[in-house]
Write a protein that binds this ligand. Structure first.
Ligand code: NAD
Length: 384
């Protein structure tokens, strides 16, 4: 059997939706089930987990369910353990910054959910502090690892589009108010004071998708609103939904590409997937979702003529061609975890760091400013 190389990871926020399902179960436990992460020089990295949270009973339950023995409600004590080298954070956003600070001060490498902080200055400070401490840092940018977006990225790299003109993104679904049907997202998401809001949640995602697949984002114009002002929480109590639940934004990218993305928790889905991006270029177009990607080349582009007097004879959706997988796609969160752990253990390349995370927070902050001031806002470069 190949030797196991243990890597100690403090996991904070494992009782939450993301922390439990995507990071603990689908990523780190799945990595253990597959026998660890193979290392270049032989051996397999083996995650040893220390679960951290606020609620002892919940932690004990999660640990027992998965045969884990190490858990504590004392973050500082977990970070001080000599067998721990990585700190991971999937807590509510508002608790993140101070916990990451503690971890950097303890000399631990940082891997975290987005947004990395609630303010741009906080996000930049974290990136600076991590650099100064000489620790490795990474931010979850899971959408880049989705099969649909991997295929889209492949099309861009292969020059399929010619000159890219525009990107249209539609994201969202109906999040129930919580009165007659339980809401499928946590209530803090809809309270501004608790770090909620669709802009701070989704603009960091749109930022890395746009920057890494297409080009850097140079300006934002956003209209932001709260369509549903009252919701019901986990205990069935009504509360004021003070955070934005929909954002209609235009992002201007380098090279003149215009990206227009609607994000909403108050929209009913009439698409094939919960998020879809249509990209139009001079040579061809594509529509990418979470899993699928379809294309239309200029040579097979129909020539519709506007005539409302006659029913359309074109079945437009059927005129697109499926892009084949040509690859095996693992769970995106797990794929990124493996890359980060190899980055820590054997210096493997890794670009999705706290600076990239800070640029995402910057886009959210400036998007909100654009909405508040009713104007287009340019995005300055962040200096390390
Ligand atoms: N990458 C993605 O696609 C994605 C998707 C959803 C959420 N997220 C991010 O993941 C983080 C967690 O989101 P979630 O949807 O799992 O939330 P959640 O409410 O389900 O979980 C929050 C976790 O934080 C803990 N917590 C710590 N302090 C808390 C406090 N003061 N109040 C409430 N909970 C507290 C909770 O116990 C729980 O473990 C957020 O930062 C969110 O932005 C990322």
């Amino acid at each position: 059997m190949t030797a196991r190389v243990p890597i100690g990871i403090v996991m904070n926020g494992v009782t939450g939706r993301m922390g439990y399902r995507q990071h603990l179960v689908r990523s780190l436990l799945a990595i253990r089930e597959q026998g660890g992460v193979p290392l270049r020089g032989g051996g397999r990295l083996w995650p040893e987990l220390v679960l951290v949270g606020r609620n002892e009973a919940k932690l004990r339950d999660v640990a027992a369910r998965h045969g884990l023995t190490e858990w504590t409600t004392d973050l500082a004590a977990a970070l001080a353990r000599p067998d721990v080298s990585v700190y991971f954070d999937a807590q509510v956003t508002s608790e993140r910054e101070k916990a990451i600070r503690l971890a950097i001060d303890a000399g631990r490498h940082i891997y975290t959910e987005k947004p990395t902080a609630t303010t741009l200055s906080g996000a930049v400070e974290l990136a600076r502090a991590a650099d100064a401490a000489g620790v490795r840092h990474g931010v979850v940018q899971d959408k880049l690892f989705l099969p649909g977006l991997r295929k889209l990225d492949r099309l861009v790299r292969g020059g399929f589009f010619g000159r890219i003109l525009s990107v249209r993104g539609e994201f969202g679904y109906w999040v129930f108010e919580g009165d007659w049907q339980e809401a499928q997202r946590p209530s803090w998401n809809y309270r501004a004071a608790d770090g909620g809001g669709i802009v701070v949640d989704m603009f960091p995602h749109w930022h890395y998708v746009l920057e890494q697949i297409f080009a850097p984002v140079r300006a934002v114009t956003a209209h932001v609103t709260t369509h549903i002002p009252q919701r019901w929480d986990e205990d069935g109590q009504p509360y004021d939904a003070t955070a934005d639940d929909a954002a209609y934004a235009i992002f201007e990218l380098d090279g003149g590409v215009v990206a227009q993305i609607n994000s909403s928790w108050a929209v009913r889905v009439n698409r094939d997937e919960l998020v879809e991006f249509q990209v139009d270029g001079t040579e061809g177009s594509a529509v990418a979702g979470l899993r699928r990607c379809r294309v239309q080349h200029r040579a097979s582009t129909p020539k519709p003529v506007w005539n409302p007097d006659l029913p359309s004879t074109d079945d437009f959706r059927s005129q697109w061609q499926e892009v084949p997988d040509n690859d095996v796609y693992d769970n995106g969160f797990k794929a990124q975890w493996e890359m980060f752990l190899r980055h820590v253990a054997e210096d493997a390349p890794y670009t999705w760091d706290l600076w990239s995370g800070a640029r995402g927070v910057q886009l959210a902050e400036l998007g909100l400013r654009s909405a508040r001031e009713g104007r287009r806002v340019e995005i300055p470069e962040l200096a390390p």
